[in-house]
Design a binder for this molecule. Structure first.
Ligand code: NAD
Ligand SMILES: O=C(O)C(=O)C[C@@H](O)[C@H](O)[C@H](O)COP(=O)(O)O
Ligand code: ZN
Length: 367
């Protein structure tokens, strides 16, 4: 079954195609979306994804009349760096990419964010195609946030650059390692927690199926998650207001990733711990206790961490949080749940509350 969603952004609107085996037909999607066959493409992927899917994609595109060069980066968050960006621009120049060329991201969120930033900056912006291959990338491939990291702050060098289309072949998810399956479910659950209580209940009941990569459950969950994301982005592309809700759990989560040097906690894991922190904050602001208990239960069922490993230094986490992009005019801004499926954007969040919550996250019983 093929499902289709649309991100509605006027002349920058684009579809998200979700289905099994879509990569087998990649070149026809490229042709349908006006990607030039006269200018070379650059496929950016990573060392784990390339052995599974790169050759087949290059061959399919070549059979459809497209010339595609490729660049394979090391897997992992450390590839989201300015050094990697420079290397990829060199590759694009060597492969002869011009202003009509497109950059293609074949991979998870790391490849998507990195390739997207190459597309946004090469010759001041060329076309971009997202071919997500992780569960987490149902989030990162939609919405046009592209970036690389700075050692002090996550995603701090970036742009908004929307793709021409998103081609989500669910078959590619079958080769994901278990840790990345669980990691991706973090943002799936997030989309429920910010928007749709029924979907949270569904994730709670179907966590085991999702963890075992049941194709039907996955197809439904990713369609629902992409649907929430597309809806929010369509209303507020550049995060002037509503879009900030997609940042649930990220104020703490991004700080944890940076403090851990971008190599200990994966993004989804850090956001899971961050969402527990946000749930605790919600309860302090008066939300029912179930906001915390349900959030914790669903994330645990999805195989995600819900406590902060003991060696994290609270001062370092607090200082990394001050680089959060939502921090403005001297106040901390948090996305705070008021009920399951509902959040609000709170500014002036007391710093001592946040510190106490980070300390609590560390003290909880470690698995
Ligand atoms: N732009 C956005 O809106 C947005 C949204 C959410 C997350 N992100 C970013 O996404 C990144 C995390 O994404 P991620 O979790 O996909 O990480 P990732 O891209 O590092 O992928 C996770 C791991 O899975 C491997 N992999 C990918 N696809 C595979 C496949 N089909 N089979 C086997 N292995 C595969 C990768 O090589 C990597 O080792 C973070 O940098 C985060 O900041 C961005
Ligand atoms: O698309 C958004 O907006 C999000 O906040 C989605 C997040 O899951 C994602 O991690 C995003 O990259 C975070 O954005 P940032 O602006 O906080 O860096
Ligand atoms: Zn995220």
């Amino acid at each position: 079954m093929m499902r289709e969603l649309k991100v509605e952004l006027g002349e920058r609107s684009y579809p998200i195609y979700i289905g099994e085996g879509l990569l087998n037909d990649a070149s026809s999607y490229f042709a349908k979306h006006g990607i030039s066959a006269k200018s070379p493409l650059l496929i950016i992927t990573d060392e784990h994804v390339a052995p599974h899917y790169l050759d087949a994609l290059v061959q399919n595109l070549s059979a459809g009349g497209f010339q595609a060069a490729s660049a394979v980066v090391p897997a992992g968050e450390s590839s989201k760096s300015l050094q990697m960006l420079e290397g990829l621009v060199t590759k694009a120049l060597e492969a002869g990419l011009d202003r009509k060329s497109a950059i293609v991201a074949l991979g998870g969120g790391v490849v998507g964010d990195l390739a997207g930033y190459v597309a946004a900056s090469y010759m001041r912006g060329v076309k971009f195609v997202q071919i997500p291959t992780t569960i987490l990338a149902h989030d990162s491939s939609v919405g046009g946030k592209v970036a690389v990291n700075h050692p002090l702050a996550k995603n701090i060098i970036g742009a908004f650059h929307q793709p021409e289309f998103v081609l989500y072949d669910l078959k590619t998810l079958q080769s994901l390692p278990p840790r990345d399956v669980a990691g991706g479910l973090s943002e799936v659950v997030k989309h429920g927690l910010i928007w749709d209580a029924e979907f949270v209940a569904w994730c709670d009941a179907n966590a085991a199926k999702l963890l075992s990569l049941d194709p039907e459950a996955l197809g439904y969950a990713l369609y629902k998650g992409c649907g929430v994301k597309a809806n929010v982005v369509s209303q507020d592309e550049k995060e002037n207001s509503l879009r900030a809700i997609l940042n649930l759990g990220h104020t703490i989560g991004h700080a944890l990733e940076a403090v851990a040097g971008y190599n200990e906690l994966q993004h989804g894991e850090a956001i899971s711990i961050g969402m527990i922190g946000s749930a605790k904050l919600g309860v302090r602001y008066g939300a029912p206790q179930e906001v915390y208990t349900v959030t914790k239960r669903v994330l645990e069922r999805c195989g995600l961490p819900v406590v902060l490993p003991r060696h994290f230094d609270v001062d370092a986490v607090m200082s990394a949080m001050m680089h959060d992009k939502k921090f403005a005019e001297g106040t901390m801004v948090f996305i705070v749940p008021t009920a399951i499926g509902k959040v609000e954007i709170k500014s002036d969040v007391p710093v001592d509350w946040v510190r106490e919550i980070v300390e609590e996250l560390k003290l909880e019983v470690q698995r």
